[in-house]
Design a protein around this ligand. Structure first.
Ligand code: MF3
Ligand code: CO
Ligand code: CO
Length: 255
């Protein structure tokens, strides 16, 4: 076991590369670009900066990042689809540097999406940040889920149940699962040195999802819009650290 300060140093390096990749991509994620081109740019940036993309070859994924458009909840596969005015898209990056992982995603708006879409994105971002702000040793995993669920349901949205955040360090997905719904004061108690993601997927309609025939793409069953933001965080002696904060201040749209 390495001491947690050393682990945090490595998480910071990997997390920063992941967030800088999103920062770099921000200038390109506009009308006319294909999701394949976003994949290629992200792949090269990570490689050129001393890391590699975790999704590449992860359980047969074959691309280096996820692009989830409109009613796609998560794990969208980059294709020759061109981004169009009114689209909303999540881009999810996982970089590995010196064996440690940084996992982060943000929403991007293309041209002028509907007010409905913008509100969904804003609420999803706020739910993630509200959950992060309560992090400290002694709270429980259910407190995180409750913070997100109570906030988004109040606004009439729903929390996806079929995917969750996860422990992360020198493996991509590890225990514990971080549910984005739940009851206060239930579940595992947080302790200094824990590192995990919080990545709420919030639907404008019902929370049910289905997986397309490609075996990856998760979409809302009712075809309603879905949004997601993700940070990799660590629990400190008296609070938390976010490893994947934007270096350029690009935390939520408009960028
Ligand atoms: N980055 C995703 C997560 O937040 C996982 C993507 S797995 C992939 O956990 F294979 F689809 F890339
Ligand atoms: Co993740
Ligand atoms: Co991710």
């Amino acid at each position: 076991m390495i001491k947690y300060k050393e682990k945090f140093e490595k998480m910071r390096v990997a997390g920063t590369l992941a967030s800088k990749t999103l920062d770099m991509l921000t200038d390109y994620i506009k009308t006319g670009i294909t999701t394949e081109k976003i994949d290629q740019l992200g792949y090269e940036y990570i490689k050129d900066n001393g890391g590699y993309s975790a999704p590449q070859f992860y359980r047969g994924f074959k691309r280096s990042l996820c692009t989830s458009l409109n009613h796609v909840v998560c794990h969208g596969i980059p294709t020759d689809r061109v981004l169009e005015d009114g689209d909303i898209i999540n881009v999810d990056i996982t970089a590995i540097v010196n064996e440690y992982y940084g996992d982060t995603s943000r929403m991007f708006v293309i041209g002028n999406p509907s007010v409905k879409a913008k509100n969904l994105i804003e609420t999803t971002y706020d739910s993630l940040m509200k959950a992060i702000k309560i992090l400290k040793p002694g709270i429980k995993l259910g407190d995180i889920g409750n913070e997100i669920q109570s906030y988004v349901e109040e606004k009439g949205y729903s929390v996806v149940r079929d995917f969750c955040g996860h422990g992360i360090s020198n493996t991509f997905h590890e225990a514990p699962n971080i549910l984005h719904y739940g009851k206060k004061n239930t579940g595992l108690e947080l302790y200094p040195g824990m590192t995990f993601t919080i990545e709420p997927m919030i639907n404008a309609g019902k929370y049910d999802v289905k997986i397309l025939n490609d075996g990856w793409t998760a979409v809302t069953k009712d075809k309603s819009l879905s949004a997601q933001f993700e940070h990799t965080v660590g629990i400190t002696e008296n609070g938390y650290e976010i490893f994947t904060e934007s270096v350029k201040g690009y935390s939520k749209p408009p960028y």
